[in-house]
Write a protein that binds this ligand. Structure first.
Ligand SMILES: C[S@@+](CC[C@H](N)C(=O)[O-])C[C@H]1O[C@@H](n2cnc3c(N)ncnc32)[C@H](O)[C@@H]1O
Length: 259
């Protein structure tokens, strides 16, 4: 092998917790002999993504490498950690072996992988990147709760709750279903909004969907004051939304059959 050819960087989406939702393609990448890298918030801390593959019965290779992505708003600390993770990834890729980065949920949805891939490409433009799509937390949450995200002409939006109550309030008028990710720090404020808008009964809270300690809460008002897990979201349906006019004629008419 040409030692100058780096390995490929592969973002392997593992779904949000149930190993049965790992796609065949991600499973194949994990078993391909590629080196594994997985995200942790602190050195020596456990990795949620690694837990999913362990529950799936895969043995973690001895040379799997933890990359630290701290949960901090300190921009300097973040930039340093990102640079370190990307530099280490490039070092590993330049050994010529593929590097499979384990991603919780879907790799294209609010994932560390997108940013990591960008920084790696900036450092080493010759590195080929593959993204393996997967089941997102909110798709699994909708399935687990029996709620649909959208039917027919309905609309839905997925946002981090950090945009705040005024934005969420406005979006509730625009979308039939709202998915609020990263809801933990704003949960009480959002619950108060849902109470004001009489939407508590059509909302559902899901924590660690697919994991053995998954929790589904339909009586969301009861969550007020509770410290929930970071891996949690709210599905909010607004059956009272007033719709605008839809443009007609967008659907394809059935072709007349030729006898
Ligand atoms: C950084 S985003 C990652 C999203 C993920 N890549 C996906 O496809 O769903 C983290 C947020 O996604 C949601 N989330 C991720 N995994 C979850 C899970 N297993 N159960 C519930 N919510 C989850 C939570 O709102 C969490 O705060």
């Amino acid at each position: 092998m040409n030692p100058r050819t780096p390995g490929r960087l592969i973002g392997a989406s593992l779904g949000p917790g149930d190993p049965a939702l790992i796609t065949r393609r991600a499973w194949a990448a994990l078993g391909s002999g590629a080196r594994w890298a997985y995200p942790v918030k602190k050195a020596e801390e456990s990795s949620y993504a690694l837990g999913i593959v362990r529950r799936g019965g895969l043995e973690v290779p001895a040379d799997a490498e933890a990359l630290v992505f701290p949960m901090t708003r300190d921009a300097a600390a973040l930039a340093k950690a990102w640079a370190r993770a990307a530099t280490r990834s490039v070092e590993l890729l330049r050994e010529g072996r593929d590097l499979v980065f384990l991603v919780e949920g879907d790799a294209s949805t609010f994932s560390t992988f997108g940013h990591l891939a960008r920084v790696v490409r900036a450092l080493a433009p010759e590195v080929e990147v593959e993204t393996i799509p997967g089941v997102s937390s909110f798709a699994a949450a909708a399935a687990a709760t029996g709620l649909t995200l959208a039917e027919e002409d309905e609309t839905f939006a997925v946002i981090p709750a950090a945009y705040g109550v005024p934005v969420i309030d406005r979006l509730l008028d625009e979308f039939d279903t709202l998915v609020l990710l990263k809801v933990k720090p704003l949960l009480d404020e959002v619950l108060a909004l849902l109470a004001r808008r009489d939407l508590l009964a059509t909302s559902c809270f899901i924590e660690k969907v697919g994991a053995p300690d998954e929790r589904v809460v339909r009586d969301v008002a009861g969550l007020a004051g509770e410290k929930v897990n970071y891996l949690s979201l709210l599905l909010v349906q607004n059956p009272k939304r007033v719709r605008g006019e839809l443009r007609r004629g967008c659907r394809k008419r059935a072709e007349p059959s030729i006898a």
